[in-house]
Design a protein around this ligand. Sequence first.
Ligand SMILES: [Zn+2]
Length: 59
Amino acid sequence: MKQKERLLRDIQGCSGMLQGSLVALYRRCGKKGCRCERGEKHGPAYYLSYKESGVTKMV
Ligand SMILES: [Zn+2]
């Protein structure tokens, strides 16, 4: 299926062009006595933030 192969390649090409940025987030879990209560937050948890049709999405 030549057409399917081309479509797959197009999709991959598009995702490679996505404008995204890696975001590191630190958070508190809320447990009593946890180190995050003293300011040592958990993390970093990495998210990829990108725009799709003008809407910012986080992965
Ligand atoms: Zn915690």
